[in-house]
Design a protein around this ligand. Structure first.
Ligand SMILES: [Zn+2]
Length: 252
């Protein structure tokens, strides 16, 4: 079976203002609008709107019904994932889908050139045993590096993803962090851990600038990011990784 993967380009390049990061789109064109046009052109199945066929991942049913989530979390999940243009025309939960015999297994992260403690801190803050750090890029689901040349001008970090639109599954993500560019956070104050955690947040399915939270709130904050998982983010990521890919509110 051949997957028609769609490379969803740069989601977010972090442009740092003063000492703290404010991440916004890399292009003057709205990234969402651009991606929507690409999705329209390449959506492989012509799947009818509202009829994705989610197959519940064995062993990982939605722990909390969507309707049982706080309203703020519901709105955040709808905007950043379920109804994001990156979730395809019909929408639906779009995420990594790592399972083995019904048991969820971690997303494999290879981070090249980062101090190990910064990678460990970034992974730890995402919580919920979502990631496992591996020592090779070959089998990694997410690859991160410190290659400034891959980060758009004036940006500090960026992420791109390979999404199988038909099954609503993220199959690969690539993160670049530019630690040495003027205005970008410097190593030594968990800056690399915060930048990596931020892009990992986008990578796992908190798509686009709309995923940015209030200043100072957590690692997804629009400015003043902290190495902190807010209750809202914890609920959103936790729910996302307990719901089957393709799930939409229209089915319930
Ligand atoms: Zn961002």
């Amino acid at each position: 079976m051949s997957f028609k993967n769609l490379f969803v380009s740069v989601l977010c390049a972090a442009f740092f203002l003063a000492a703290h990061g404010a991440c916004r789109g890399a292009s003057p064109t709205s990234p969402n609008a651009t991606d929507l046009a690409v999705l329209t052109a390449k959506s492989p199945t012509g799947q009818a709107v509202g009829s994705p066929v989610p197959t519940a991942t064995p062993g990982s049913p939605a722990v909390v019904p969507f309707a049982g989530l706080p309203e703020e979390v519901q709105s955040y999940l709808l905007a950043t994932n379920i109804k994001s243009p990156r979730a395809g025309l019909s929408g639906g939960v779009t995420r990594f889908n790592k399972t083995d015999q019904g048991k969820r297994i971690p997303i494999l992260l290879y981070a090249e050139g980062f101090p190990p403690d910064q990678v460990e801190k970034a992974v730890a803050v995402l919580g919920n045993d979502l990631f496992e750090i591996v020592s090779s890029s070959t089998t990694a689901d997410v690859v991160a590096d410190l290659d400034s040349s891959k980060v758009p001008d004036r940006g500090c970090s960026t992420v791109s993803q390979d999404v199988d639109i038909a099954s609503h599954v993220i199959v690969k993500a690539v993160i670049h962090v530019s630690p040495d560019r003027s205005g970008c956070p410097r190593a030594g104050e968990d800056a690399l851990a915060i930048a990596l955690a931020h892009e990992l947040g986008h990578a796992v399915g908190l798509f686009g600038d709309i995923a940015h939270t209030r200043p100072g709130e957590d690692f997804m904050a629009i400015a003043g990011r902290k190495l902190l998982l807010s209750p809202m983010l914890a609920a959103a990521i936790g729910w996302l990784y307990s719901a089957p890919p393709g799930w939409t509110t229209q089915l319930y």
